[in-house]
Ligand binder design. Sequence first.
Ligand code: SF4
Length: 200
Amino acid sequence: MLVMPEKFLLHVCCGPCALIPVMRLREQGHDVTGFFYNPNIHGAAEYLRRREALEAAAVRLGLPVCYLDGEYNPRLFFRVVANREEQRCEQCYRLRLERTFAFARDNGFQAVSTTLLYSRYQNREAILARGRALQEETGIRFPGEDFRPGWQQGIDLSRQWGLYRQNYCGCLYSELERHAKKLKRLAGTLETTPAVHRED
Ligand code: SF4
């Protein structure tokens, strides 16, 4: 199928997830710019670590990236998901994609995508539904490519490049879920650590 080259704004969640989407879109001839907007990330230190990984990946890829650091506001994320924790991922996609489309509209981009479509762990249908609704609203294309076939290739390359690979999705809820088993196990034991004696 013939694809017309477009000016593409790619929402990026982290460095490792950016590799395959950038390569695939470029293979189709698109002019890709990354867009790092992720107020869902829990903890400023974690935000900075993921940002640094993206910077390193961007150097390797020669990828221009817009970082919306001034809008890193986890309170906004918590406001958006408050009392809707069961649908938190849908709200999280909405928050990030709405901002991406607004930026694309204000800066003359013709199409939008997101690295969330690379992950096997995200809700692809919910991402597509939100992206298509925004496409209708704005007239900016959201082709919704499936980047998942490059999953293992992306992991191998990110390891080879020494990029930081986080072990939870991003928000506080996902971090708690990541450690849920261990926390549950610890909660079932009454453990007392030995006292530390100081000689002074
Ligand atoms: S699990 Fe991931 S996608 Fe879902 S709300 Fe948390 S950060 Fe967002």
